[in-house]
Design a protein. Sequence first.
Length: 102
Amino acid sequence: MKLKLHWLERSEVVREYPSFTLSAEQYPELELELHQVYRAKTEQEQEHALAELEYKMHHTQAGERGETIFEMVGPYNSYDESVVYPITEEAGSFRITEDKDG
């Protein structure tokens, strides 16, 4: 009996995309949320304000064709420029590629 095997490594990763700038001049609909992020004093307040900003970006149409602000900004469009960081150690194991008797 022969088994053809391969090694598989699993890990969790974070993909970080390049920075971009949002301004209230460009998107006046976001002025309140941008100020809330700026005024946040604790990490928890900042995370909450950023979540509110993201929510508003997903739900506010600003483009001529009905695009949301999030779609127009496209913070995830620079895939080739993104950087991947592992956040867990790789756990490896064998997997069967194909079974061969003989």
